[in-house]
Design a protein around this ligand. Sequence first.
Ligand code: UDP
Ligand code: MG
Length: 340
Amino acid sequence: MSDMPPLELSVVVPCYNEEQVIDQLHKVLTTELEALTDAFEVLLVDDGSSDSTVERMRAIHEADPRFRYFALSRNFGKESAMLAGLSQAQGSAIAILDADLQHPPALLAKMLPMLEEGYDQVVARRTRKGDRPVRSTVSRLYYRFFNRLVDVDLEDGVGDFRILSRRAVRSLLSLGEYNRFSKGLFAWIGFSTAVVDYDNVERGAGESKWRFGDLVNYGIDGIVSFNARPLRMAIHLGTAVTVLAFTYAAWVIVTYLVNGNPVAGYPTLIVAILGFGGVQLIILGVIGEYLGRIYYETKRRPHFLLKESSNPGEIPVTVALGPEHDEFAQAEPRPPGRRS
Ligand code: UDP
Ligand code: MG
């Protein structure tokens, strides 16, 4: 071990049913990384693929042990796959990129030197060139809305494609939450961040796993994982509706006193019932969303399980996250009986 040069760069690649593109990825990454450094590793994380992705990873590892692989026991989602890779990466700089070559590995040559200049995160920002206008407008509006609502700042076009310093990764691993909205977590940990622009690239092969509904849910996730402001909005909405109802009641009483009692107002009644019913359901939904999150967090389940890896010897089945990853916190033992 001691005669090995220290690893300069680890590249984490989450892969879900990427059999069509993974060999190409191997080729491109090898070329780009060899030009960049002679001490690199690539961590291919199979997110429970149902095709031959793992078999191919195994073959790639046999041919080139700088490519390590980890197979999760089922499809846990991209967030968990990235996390698995981050927890195993050993380099002093750690890059994350998609398997489908939509994150051009050539950009790493531009990003790594910036990290070495002293930034803790160098993120790649996708320009919206070539996007369908509807999609880019919707996403621009979403980010404007999001940043007004949430305390961390997100940038349009910035995704998971980035290089992190060791201490940034350590910070990410010290966040033990189960619901991981990584875009928000990257922003939440802070540190100095540099941005590099790149043009949108079409997928190498295969197809995207995102449907429109997924995007909507992802959007909701982002908002509720980062604060409780929607609950506050529910209070405001409820108050506004109550005030309206009282005003209307006052108006009904006044017209009764002035005009006698004309039996009317059937449409008003229906509108009021449906309207208030809708408002109540929305608010219940918001509360339920937070309750559900608490439910998942309290189970304290691992974020992923491993079923196979290229690690020699014993395979770790699960990797715990949380403060134990924070070496600063560990350095000073806490007084007994006190938890923070
Ligand atoms: N991915 C994953 N688990 C999943 C879905 C996707 O690891 O459940 C990986 C996928 O293999 C790819 C990356 O996440 O490397 C991005 O996925 P995709 O290309 O489908 O998303 P898009 O680029 O359309 O946002
Ligand atoms: Mg993609």
